[in-house]
Structure formats: structure tokens, C-alpha cells
Design a protein. Structure first.
Length: 219
């Protein structure tokens, strides 16, 4: 279906799937073709596995157990650390944040569930990307913040199996699909299923761009 994006002169082909039980909203074709080109340049640039950190060090963006072990077994790109001040204009993924700042998107969320009524008030969103190759997964966890938004990215043709999102409640599975976005309240416990692939060349694994929406209060 086609929807208008406020302040954007063109239309974008978004395919919606809404679910009130969990609740979540899925939008396929999240990035436009020009945006995809820029996002891929950024992901390719930072996917240098010689220096790309595994998710071992303690931070507030990823989930850890009581012993300090990270539930995420893949690589992580912390864009908010890489791009600061003047360099923000080179963060192509940040440039696409306008998509969640329009009335059409907000109405889609609130028409799905009252849980999303506060989304329009969020004013803080760390952005990072996880990259999964063979045997990588993200075990069951909940995220910090109010809402979690994920976007799957991978090079086609697809070179792996797995990488699906599975909600713990009812073991509801959301299939990994290229350029697919899902947003849900962060209290929902979920995991990213283990990725299986034979080759790990040319960055052909599963990328998940993470946005954690919350509030910075001014008093």
C-alpha cells in the first residue's frame, strides 16, 4: 500500500502488518532505494571484522546476564560513538530518522495499540547495528527504553538461514526479511534465532539495525 510521508514530496511503498495481541507493527520496504544505497555504504564500511567489537564489554544498549555475560553473540557497531558533533551529518542511518517523525507513522502505531500512545513523546534514540554470522544469536532478553525498533538488512541472494525474531510469549516468530522493520514495546522478551551459513565472506550475514526509543527528561 502507498502512504504519504509528511514533508516528503514523494510517496514510499510501505507494506504494513499490525498485531494487537503482542503488540507490534511490521513495515516492509522500510528504506527507499536511495536510502538503501547509503545505508549499505555505512554498514560495509564498518563491517571490518578485524576491529569490529564482539558484544562483550558492558554497556546500556545490549542485554547482559547477572554474571556480566552478554546475551548478544554477534558483532556490534555503536554509531552514536563513531559519529559525534560535526560527524553526525555522515551518519546515513540517522538521516532516515524522519520516517518515524510523521503523523502517518504515529497514527499507524496508535491504531494498533494504546501501548504506542507515548511514542510521539519519545526524544531519545540510540542507534546501533548488530551483525550475525554462523552460529551467532541474541538470546532471550528485554531492551532498555520504551520501544524497540529493528530493521533487517542482508545482501541478496540470501546466504544464511535463521536470524528470525522470536517473541518468548507464545513463541511467535517474525521472519527475517531484507529491509523489514518491526517496532514493539521494549517490555516484550524476544530473541534473535541462531544464524546458520557456510561462508562468511563479503559480509553476507544478517544485519539488524537497532533503535531504542525512550525519554530524556528536562526538569
Amino acid at each position: 500500500m502507498y502512504i504519504d510521508v509528511n514533508s516528503i514530496p514523494t510517496k514510499q511503498d510501505w507494506i504494513f502488518e499490525k498485531n494487537k495481541e503482542y503488540p507490534y507493527v511490521i513495515i516492509d520496504n522500510w528504506f527507499t532505494k536511495p536510502e538503501l544505497n547509503k545505508v549499505w555504504k555505512q554498514l560495509n564500511y564498518f563491517t571490518d571484522k578485524d576491529i569490529l567489537p564482539k558484544s562483550y564489554f558492558k554497556n546500556d544498549l545490549l542485554a547482559f546476564d547477572n554474571n556480566g555475560n552478554c546475551y548478544n553473540e554477534g558483532y556490534t557497531m555503536f554509531f552514536d560513538t563513531y559519529f559525534q558533533s560535526f560527524g553526525l551529518k555522515f551518519n546515513h542511518i540517522l538521516d532516515t530518522i524522519y520516517k518515524v517523525q510523521n503523523a502517518t507513522f504515529h497514527d499507524t502505531l496508535t491504531n494498533t495499540s494504546d501501548v504506542f500512545n507515548t511514542f510521539a513523546n519519545t526524544n531519545h534514540s540510540p542507534i546501533f547495528a548488530c551483525y550475525y554470522e554462523n552460529n551467532h544469536r541474541y538470546q532471550y532478553h528485554v531492551n532498555n527504553g520504551l520501544f524497540t525498533m529493528l530493521v533487517w538488512m542482508y545482501k541478496e541472494p540470501k546466504k544464511f538461514k535463521g536470524g528470525d525474531l522470536i517473541f518468548k510469549k507464545g513463541e511467535k516468530t517474525i521472519s527475517a526479511k531484507n529491509n523489514r522493520m518491526i517496532i514493539f514495546p521494549s517490555y516484550l522478551e524476544y530473541k534473535i534465532d541462531k544464524v546458520n551459513m557456510k561462508s562468511t565472506t563479503s559480509n553476507t550475514g544478517c544485519y539488524l539495525i537497532n533503535y531504542l526509543y525512550g525519554m530524556n527528561f528536562n526538569v
